[in-house]
Design a protein around this ligand. Sequence first.
Ligand code: BGP
Length: 481
Amino acid sequence: MTFPKGFLWGGATAANQFEGGWDMDGKGPSVPDHIRGGTVSAPRLWDKQIDPEIYYPSHEATDFYHHYEEDIALYGEMGFKCYRMSINWARIYPTGMEETPNQAGLDFYHKVFAECKKYGIEPLVTISHYELPWGLSEKYNGWTGREVIDHFVRYATTLFEEYKDEVHLWLTFNEINCGVNFFGRILSLGMTGKDHQPMFNPNETEEEVSDRFTALHNQFVASAKAVQIGHRINPDNQIGLMIAGNMTYPYTCNPKDVRAAQDKMNMANWFCGDVQVRGHYPYYAKRYFRDNNINVRMEEGDEEILKNGTVDFYSFSYYMSQTATTDPEVAKSAGNMFSGVGNPYLKASDWGWQIDPEGLRIYLNEVYGRYEIPLMIVENGLGANDVRSEDGKFHDSYRIDYLRDHIRAMNEAVEDGVELMGYTMWGCTDLVSASTGEMKKRYGFVYVDRDNDGNGDMHRERKDSFWWYKKVIESNGEDLD
Ligand code: BGP
């Protein structure tokens, strides 16, 4: 086992799922603050007006806002080299439209970075992780509005300047490729539509699909501008993209299935990376837009901006793989997050996500072969319902098994020659699930006393995986037992 020296071992969280303090010290509401909790079978609904009688999981989340010292100390104890976190835009610009930033918001993250420094932890900051200030969402129908680009650029510039000496690793948008799908409409693009609707709503008109791709285009332009500004403010900044890693296999070797998988890989996985790494839309986009009557509103000069704002590295989340087929009978079987077809060779988590460590090695090789720029796994982990054992502890051996298998696969990819910067396990401290809004779906090395209805005193406890991961980091990935 050989991981490169300086490999960035660590964990990852996102402000809207972890921080809480949703209305504290001048923070404005953001889109997730309007989204209720749900389950795997009961969809999360979003409300235009926040109803004080209703429980919204992001409002307190698992309260990093008041526990950051303790949480980062635990990361220090595990030996983290890197902590991936996001800054909440509405904490810095409460409606997204102010001329000057909220000082209390800026101060909070200075304190967070100072704690990281204490333990020698390098922060990796996602500038926008599934949240848009509510003010911008309401005024412009989220990223559909071209104006949002300028608001984002002002926000990103503030961060690059303010944290110039504290942060050098940045990601512009979390899982930007979710915007290719209806799935990303609210979560990723802040386009809310009709009131009290499910967060994931597959029913879109042709016009709405065009708006969604326009919104995604606006994110591409905003990201490319931010990359250029970030490099100018500090040439040491490394700025990456972030993709929901979507490994799709053909269900059979029938060429029709192979083509279906290729098509899925193109649009659900490669499309955004092609724009952000290569600096232009891929060749297959034209036909996709034509066949689906999609009209993306672009402006003169955008091509130039995309060309000049390509990223320094490719980061991604990886949880599962899926298959594709054209056989309508097979297509009926259960899918997962990207509504793909089940793979009979794989087992699934309790939430139906198919576990595939080998797929991680394949994916790493595919991505590196295509772009030949450094890669980083910034999310990977197992969402599970952790139950306290009779001895009062959390023995999460299933999580250790999942992580061990993925780290082995990652190591194989490094041996294959893939240039990998690091690995930040998702949800290192328990936090709210993005897709279902549950607390019950836990990922952490650290348990947080909080349930689906908002009960619990938020105290933290180490699970077995905490001690295991500490050994993994100490041995630079050699000791996985
Ligand atoms: C990714 C998101 C994260 C995170 C993770 C796990 O898609 O970037 O925000 O939540 O998935 O998903 P979930 O919380 O739905 O289990």
